[in-house]
Each structure stands twice: as C-alpha cells, then as structure tokens.
Design a protein around this ligand. Structure first.
Ligand code: GLN
Length: 188
C-alpha cells in the first residue's frame, strides 16, 4: 500500500509522522512527476486553501488529482483539505475539487481566536480529541453525505463515498483511529 500526501503547502509533515508511526509507506505529491506513481489513497493536509488551490493549478496537479478523487480514490482531508473538497465555499464564487456536496464556512470560529482543542464523539469510533486551527465548519450537507461529528450543531466531520473530510487536525493528536479508518478504505 502507498499513500500520496499533497505537500505543496501546509501541515503535511504531521500526517507523514502519523503514517511513519503506523508503518505505512507514503510519497509526497509536489509536482506532476509525482503523479506517475500508483497510490491507494491520498491525504489533503491543512494549511491555506487559497494558496493550495492556486498551487494545485500552477503545478498542473489539479485536473489529474480531481480525476483520481472523482474516480473513487480514498481521500482523507483535514481543514484546508476539506475546503478543497467542498462543492460550495461561502462567500466565494468558485470552488476547488468540489467532489463533496457540502457548503463550508472558512475561518468559521473567527480568524484570531479560532484555535481550540476539545473532545467529541465521532461516528463509528467514539470519543476522539479534536484540535481546531482557524477551522472551517460545514453549514450544509447534501444527499449521500454521512455526518460523522458535530460540535454545538456545527458539522465538523463527514464522509461521502470514499472521501473523509474533517474540520480539525487528527494528525496533531496521538489518536490515530481516523487515519486507521481511512487506511482501511485504502486497502479495499
Ligand atoms: N483557514 C484556513 C483556510 O481557510 C484553513 C486552516 C487550516 O487548515 N488549519 O484555508
């Protein structure tokens, strides 16, 4: 099994540390040449979605990666990664991969004081630690979207087909169960 980790900007190293701990091979995706390999799943890390979206286009990664995801490749997307997958971004005319029928609100907890840590139930797993950093949340979820977790009535984790999208950063906590669930999808 091999996982591709989008590594053009943001918190990709933290996901790499999780996969190292789980002894799962991965490769960073930084340029078109990296797409020649076969991957069983892909991780879209946190960071700045506008920067990531721009770089994905400039580096010509956008169209091929969108095709992978649309064709069913398992994806684990955290924070900015979730914004890349959303069909609608509040206040913006355009979206990025737009492969999950959700609407997201960027910096939904405020720009400055928007970072916090909590614990909450995640469907199919139980209580997990959740670290939010200038996080988005989901304001609308369409047909077929399974809601995995909500905090104060805001949706913070969903699954849609083979795509798992999270407002928070499981890679920053020592609970690997969400990554393990994603890796199970990648094995199938
Ligand atoms: N605020 C960032 C954005 O809107 C996301 C923050 C994160 O990924 N930690 O893209």
């Amino acid at each position: 099994m091999k996982i591709g980790i989008l590594a053009v900007q943001g918190a990709f190293a933290e996901h790499e540390a999780v996969l190292d701990a789980l002894h799962i091979p991965y490769k960073e995706i930084r340029c078109m040449r990296d797409l020649q390999q076969t991957f069983d799943g892909v991780i879209l890390p946190g960071g700045e979605s506008t920067v990531q979206g721009k770089l994905l286009h400039e580096l010509h990664l956008f169209a091929p990666m969108r095709q992978w995801i649309a064709d069913g490749m398992p994806v684990l997307a955290t924070c900015a990664g979730m914004i890349l997958l959303a069909q609608t971004i509040e206040g913006q005319d355009t979206a990025y991969f737009a492969t999950i029928p959700i609407t997201v609100r960027r910096n939904a907890y405020g720009r400055q004081l928007g970072s916090f840590h909590t614990e909450s139930e995640c469907r199919g797993i139980g209580k997990i630690p959740m670290t939010f950093i200038r996080a988005p949340y989901i304001t609308q979820a369409g047909d077929g979207v399974s809601i995995l977790s909500t905090i104060e009535e805001h949706i913070v984790a969903v699954r849609y087909q083979n795509q798992i999208a999270l407002s928070f950063h499981p890679e920053l906590d020592c609970d690997y169960r969400l990554h393990q669930g994603f890796l199970e999808l990648c094995k199938q």
